[in-house]
Write a protein that binds this ligand. Structure first.
Ligand code: GDP
Ligand code: IMO
Ligand code: MG
Length: 425
């Protein structure tokens, strides 16, 4: 049985939520395997818009099981808020449908405080994190002082662990960053309030996946962020703190690596990035403003302006290799309507040489110059196209060129946020 994997092939916000929702119809269960509520995945369906942060985007399909794997960092307060929001929109998030790994690490209030204090104190080197405590939570996991979801089953243990962690965190918060210390009692009051709501959802996710497979179910793994935000393979240090590549599914969900089958890379028709870090094809001009305005490129969660630029196929090719992407879902093609010409970065100039893969030194990507190919654009609005043949010739030529440069087929073309605005090839 081969499963389906969806990963972002750029710097996040490629439209993963839309594609996961589209492909979920024939799937038994949708699984998140890394990241946390730094993600913001949008699904527009039936005239409504839903934003998913921790909960897999398959939740909108009645009857699908949604699992949050051990590799995810879970803010239990944010999880409850998200469950409440979905319930209010008429979506069933009962424990029979939504399960959280007991092994998942919890984002505690001190993780958020530390994330925000660090960012504030950095002048030049600010990463532009989402401030959700993602990095500090993964740090504690690696340092073996993390609090896990299963600790909600033993509040005395949780208190001891939080007290141990707070000794260090408060020394940093107060001593180094001049912030008020976090109170253990307040932390515990918060945890006690959410524990009864989270406990019924706790599960052995790895065994649930095995049981689902055994009964013939196909699984879908929903990546968050994008390959170039991967802590190992991304534009370090301007990355998130988890592995976003497809290879992390095995560790982050508890499933053997041999089970991955179809790996769909989500690629926006142009490039965006939120937060700091190198961005070779960035457009700080009227064209960049055009893309931001037409593409409504503002952070789903933080509302921050997304930086916009031309398509960078050096980065996409790197993602294809790193993840074994077998096909591409190209999103937001409609946003390009109205541009006379389009540029595609096919290689970089770096220290006098032409290179086809990103250079690896710290911030070496800052020093490359993109080498562009120019293609004709199209002026027609394409949001209502019903088939490949309805697309202007220039749009088809653009897709075929991206496909040739990526070395894998573009199997899905998205021409608007709604489920129905999708062309399957
Ligand atoms: P994700 O984090 O990868 O799931 O992406 P986000 O949801 O953060 O950002 C993608 C945004 O683009 C959302 O507002 C989507 O509703 C929207 N979107 C997705 N596909 C398309 C498309 O083909 N065209 C347009 N115009 N918007 C799209
Ligand atoms: P989705 O899943 C875009 C970026 C932040 C920051 C860096 C580190 O919606 O595509 P973090 O809070 O993770 O420590 O921030 O990563 N970032 C994202 N950018 N989309 C996301 O998620 C992101 N999640 C984190 O802006 O630059
Ligand atoms: Mg997003």
């Amino acid at each position: 049985m081969s499963h389906l994997v969806v990963v972002g092939a750029q710097w996040g916000d490629e439209g993963k939520g839309k594609v996961v929702d589209l492909l979920a119809a024939d799937i038994a269960a949708v699984v998140r395997f890394h990241g946390g509520n730094n993600a913001g995945h949008t699904v527009a369906a039936g005239g409504k818009t839903y934003i998913l942060q921790l909960i897999p985007s398959g939740i909108l399909h009645p009857g699908k099981i949604c699992l949050i794997g051990n590799g995810v960092v879970v803010d239990p307060v944010a999880l409850c808020r998200e469950m409440d929001g979905l319930t209010g929109q008429g979506i069933d998030v009962s424990p029979a449908r939504l399960k959280v790994s007991r092994k998942a690490h919890l984002i505690m209030p001190y993780h958020k405080a530390l994330d925000q204090a660090r960012e504030e104190s950095r002048a030049e080197g600010r990463i532009g994190t989402t401030g959700r405590g993602i990095g500090p939570c993964y740090e504690d996991k690696a340092a073996r002082i993390g609090v896990r979801a299963c600790d909600l089953e033993d509040m005395d243990l949780l208190r001891r662990k939080a007290a141990q962690a707070l000794r260090e965190k408060n020394a940093l918060l107060a001593g180094l960053y001049g912030k008020p210390p976090v109170s253990l009692d307040e932390v515990m009051t918060g945890m006690a309030a959410v524990a009864p709501r989270v406990l019924p959802h706790l599960a052995d996710v790895s065994s649930e996946l095995a049981a689902c497979e055994a009964s013939g179910g196909v699984l879908m793994f929903e990546g968050a962020q994008g390959v170039h935000l991967d802590v190992d393979h991304g534009t370090y240090p301007f990355v998130t703190s988890s592995n976003t590549v497809a290879g992390n599914i095995a560790a982050g969900a508890g499933i053997a690596p041999s089970r991955q089958g179809r790996i769909v890379g989500i690629v926006k028709a142009y490039t965006t990035r939120v937060g700091s870090g190198p961005f070779p094809t960035e457009l700080c001009d009227a064209t960049g403003d055009f893309l931001r305005r037409r593409g409504v490129e503002f952070g789903t969660i933080t509302g921050r302006k997304r930086r916009c630029g031309w398509q960078d196929m050096v980065l996409v090719r790197e993602s294809v290799r790193l993840c074994g992407i077998t096909e591409i879902a190209l999103t937001k093609l409609d946003v390009l309507s109205g541009l006379e010409e389009l540029k595609i970065c096919t290689s970089y100039e770096y220290r006098g040489q032409s290179i086809l893969v990103p250079p690896q030194g710290e911030n070496a990507l800052e020093q490359v110059s993109p080498v562009y190919e120019t293609m004709p654009g199209w002026l027609e609005n394409i949001e209502a196209a019903a088939a490949w043949e309805d697309l202007p010739e220039a749009a088809r030529a653009y897709i075929l060129r991206l496909e040739a440069l990526a070395g894998v087929p573009v199997s899905i073309v998205s021409i608007g946020p709604d489920r129905r605005q999708t062309l399957f090839r």
